[in-house]
Structures are given as C-alpha cells and as structure tokens.
Write a protein that binds this ligand. Structure first.
Ligand code: 13P
Ligand code: ZN
Length: 279
C-alpha cells in the first residue's frame, strides 16, 4: 500500500527500528521483496538504481513500482536510488516514485549543494521526498566503481542539511558498496554525532555483508534507513545456480524464477527481522 516516506522514517526513528531499503534488478527480485513486506507486514523501501532501471527499461520499472505499491498490503515506498542524471530523477518524480536520491557525493561541496537544491525544489513541488549523500560511501555500486572513500564530516553534514532541506541524509560511516574486501568498521561515534545534530533521518548505504549486530548497533544509534543490494543479488543468483545443479536439463524460467523469488523473499525477511528487533 502507499505510505508517506518521511512519516515512515520519522516513525521508525521515534520507535527505534529501521526500514530496510532493498534494490531490485529484475521482476523476480521485486516480487521477492514485496512478498517479504507482505509476509512480515513491515514497511519496505523498494529501490531501483538508475542503471538497473535502464537495464529493465524505464517504463517497465515505473509500472512494476506502481503495481507493487497498489497490490501490497504492507507499506511500500518506491525509491529512485543513486540518481546521477537529474533529468531521469525528475522523470521518476513524475512517474509515481515516493522519493528520489541524487548522488553528487563525488562532486565538490558547493556543486553537491546546488544540484541537491535543484532536485529538492522539483521533487517537493510534486510531493516527492529527496535523499542526498554527503561524504562518499564508495565501492562497487552497480556499474560504477569508486575506490575513493571519505567519511562524512559532521560539520559539513549539518551545513549540507541546512542548505538543501533534504528529507533523508546518506552518510559515509565505514560501509562500502558491494562485496567487502576487508572487514567493515562502522564509525559509531560519527553516526551518533550526526544523528544527534540533525532532525533529518540518516541513511546507511552499502549494508550488505555487514554483521547484523553492527547494523543493529547503528540502528540503536538512530540510523533509520538501511540500504541492502548485494545480499539480495547473491540470494537471487545462488538460488538460480542451485536450481540448475538440481535440474540439469531444466529450462523453465517460471521454475528457476520461483526459486529466485523465494530466496530473495527469505533473505529480505531475515533483514527485516534484524532491523526491527532492536534492544
Ligand atoms: P550494498 O549492495 O553494498 O548492500 O549497497 C546497497 C546500497 O547502498 C544501495 O544504495
Ligand atoms: Zn548506495
């Protein structure tokens, strides 16, 4: 069902849990994520990156999103993730997305502010919420790879938040997109300092592969949106591989597709349970 992105995030912050934001790359992943939301009756942010949307086809993605929101019993928030092309972000605003992310985190502070304000003005005029990133998470995000990483500077985060009036702020605090090459070291003091300095909901990207206890600690400090992409991609791919291991001469896309849907659903439910049961 449709819900209000910011209200859901603020409710999560008040009540001390986090809303998972899951990326989908195809119909099977989208169906698995929606089934997880329905089975747990927990709000879920259904995300598509710009590059995944280009792969599936923009119009197909708009329709998948629309139908997901319409048919699900649980709150589904449709989210345009890691937008680099402002024109495509604007199209997402015009095509039913509840929230959009601009990623100008690699650009100088002033440009990041200027571009974020442009997106905020366009989106807010249409009732759409905006997330933007300050600092740089880095790693492999879809077809972009960036080795640069910079923890968010708390003073910059406060200034950026004030100047842009974003609805959610993505910070770099020790995670990285994609598979980790080294153990993630979450910067809890940094998370706490930023969360306590601003009212805007704070977002953790690159959360696949991070131990669940570490994510729970970050949530207990006030992180309210936790982005998971790679862990669901792995669940999807492994399920298809295992299906072919067991069905050497198999060919029916509906059968290995169902295995993928079930695996993504189970992986998503596992994350939902981790993010909502915070002590
Ligand atoms: P992971 O693929 O590392 O989970 O990151 C997902 C993400 O941050 C999407 O924006
Ligand atoms: Zn991300």
């Amino acid at each position: 069902m449709k819900s209000d992105f910011k209200k859901e995030l603020l409710k999560a912050k008040k009540e001390g849990y986090a809303i998972p934001a899951f990326n989908f790359d195809n119909l099977e992943m989208a169906k698995g994520i929606i089934a997880a939301a329905d089975e747990t009756n927990h709000p879920v942010i259904l995300m598509v990156t710009e590059s995944a949307a280009k792969y599936m086809g923009l119009d197909f993605v708009y329709e998948i999103g629309r139908i997901a929101v319409k048919t699900s019993k649980a709150p589904i928030l449709l989210f345009w993730d890691h937008g680099f092309d402002i024109e495509l972000i604007k199209r997402a605003c015009d095509n039913g997305f509840d929230a959009v992310m601009l990623d100008s985190s690699m650009k100088p502070f002033d440009i990041n502010v200027k571009e974020t304000i442009e997106v905020v003005e366009y989106a807010h005029a249409r009732g759409v919420y905006v997330e933007s990133e300050i600092g740089h998470v880095g790693g492999k995000e879809d077809d972009r790879e960036s080795k640069d990483k910079g923890f968010t500077n708390p003073q910059e985060a406060i200034e950026f938040n004030k100047l842009t009036k974003v609805d959610a702020l993505a910070i770099a605090a020790g995670t990285s997109h994609g598979l980790f090459k080294s153990k993630p070291e979450l910067q809890y003091d940094l998370i706490e300092e930023i969360v306590n300095s601003i009212d805007t909901p704070v977002v953790l990207h690159g959360s696949s592969g991070v131990p669940h206890e570490a994510l729970q600690k970050a949530i207990s400090l006030g992180i309210v949106k936790v982005n998971i992409g790679t862990d669901l991609k792995i669940a999807n791919a492994k399920a298809v591989c295992e299906w072919f291991d067991q069905n050497e001469n198999g060919y029916d896309a509906r059968k290995f597709g169902q295995a993928a849907i079930d695996a993504v659903k189970n992986a998503a439910i596992e994350k939902i349970n981790v993010f909502k049961n915070i002590n």
